[in-house]
Design a protein around this ligand. Sequence first.
Ligand SMILES: Nc1ncnc2c1ncn2[C@@H]1O[C@H](COP(=O)(O)OP(=O)(O)OP(=O)(O)O)[C@@H](O)[C@H]1O
Ligand SMILES: [Mg+2]
Length: 340
Amino acid sequence: MTGMRVLAIETSCDDTCAAVVEGNRILSSVISSQRIHERYGGVVPEVASRHHLELILPVIEDALDRAGLSLDEIEALAVTAGPGLIGALLVGLSAAKAIAAPRRLPLIPTDHLHGHVAANFLEPDPLEPPFLCLVASGGHTMLAAVRDHGGFEILGETLDDAAGEAIDKGARMLGLGFPGGPALQQLAVEGDPDAFEFPVAMSRDPGLDFSFSGLKTALVYICRDLGEEGVLERKADLAAGYQAAIVGQLVAKLTRALALEDWPAVALGGGVAANLPLRAAVTRLCEEKGVRLKLVPISLCTDNAAMIAAAASHTEPIPWPGYLDFDAFSSGGRTSAGAT
Ligand SMILES: Nc1ncnc2c1ncn2[C@@H]1O[C@H](COP(=O)(O)OP(=O)(O)OP(=O)(O)O)[C@@H](O)[C@H]1O
Ligand SMILES: [Mg+2]
C-alpha cells in the first residue's frame, strides 16, 4: 500500500497529532502537546481525552493546510488503535471514522509501537528491513526484530517500568518538570555520572529483557540519605548518574542482541531515542561493530502521526463500512500488524 496519500491521526497519550504522508514522504506533521499535565506531574487520562476533543479538529485542519491539501485529496485515513489510554485513543479513532465514512475512504487502524518502529521507514534516509530496533518510550522498552515492513518480533522487553517512565519518575524525585527526559538530560550535562553508584540492572542476565524499577529504588535511598539540601546540592551528579545507568542498560542489551544475531542495521524509536547521550553511545557501539545506524530526527522519536502513517502504509486497510465498529485497545495488539 505504498504511495497512497494518507491523513494520519495519533491520540494515544497526551499529544494530539495529525500528519499527511505520501509514501514515505512527510507532507506535514503537527504535534500539539498538552502542557496542562505538567502541573499534575504525569498524564491524567480524563484530562487528556477532553483536551484531545478540543484539539483534534484544529490539529487536523492545520496538518491539511501545511500540506496544501483538502480532504478531497486524501486517499485513506490512518489512526492509532492502541496501545494507549483508551479514552484518548477513542477521540482519534472516532475523528478518523467521521472523516473517512462520509467519503467512503478506507481506514487503517495502526499499532502505536509499530509506528515507533516505522518512523525509520520515513524520509530523510529511509531504512529498509531487516534491522534491529531499540524502542524506548514512556510506556514501553523493547528490542524489536524488524524483518519486514509489516510488523516486528519482540526479542526482549522490560519486566517492570519502561525506560521513559523511569526517567520521568527519577526526574520528578529531583524536582524537575514533566516529562522529565529533556530536563534530566540538560541537568546531567553539569554532573559527574560516577559520583554516585547506580546499579545497571540485568547486566548478568543472559537474556534481552530490561528492568528499571531497582534503579528508581536506588535513587529513592540515595536521596533519603542525602536529605533535602544534599539532594539540591548534588542534583546534577544525581541526574548524570541516573541517566547514565539507564543509557548503560539500554546499550548493554543492544550490544548483547548484536552478539546473538547478525544485523545489517540498528535503529532507535520512542521518546527516549531523543536522548543525546543514548544516541552518542549507540553511535559508538555501531561504529565499533561496523553496523549501519539509523537515527530518526528527534521530532520523529516522541509521539507523532507521521510514524502512524508510515506503519499504516504497510498495514491492510479496512474498506468502508467495515471499520465502523472497529474498537480501540488499551494494551496488547489487535491490529493486523504490530508485535508477534
Ligand atoms: N531527551 C530525552 N531524553 C530522555 N528521555 C526523553 C527525552 N525526550 C523525551 N523523553 C522521554 O520520552 C518519553 C515519551 O516518549 P513517547 O512520546 O514515545 O512515549 P509515550 O507515547 O508516552 O509511550 P508509548 O509510546 O510507550 O505509548 C517520556 O518518558 C520522556 O521523558
Ligand atoms: Mg509513544
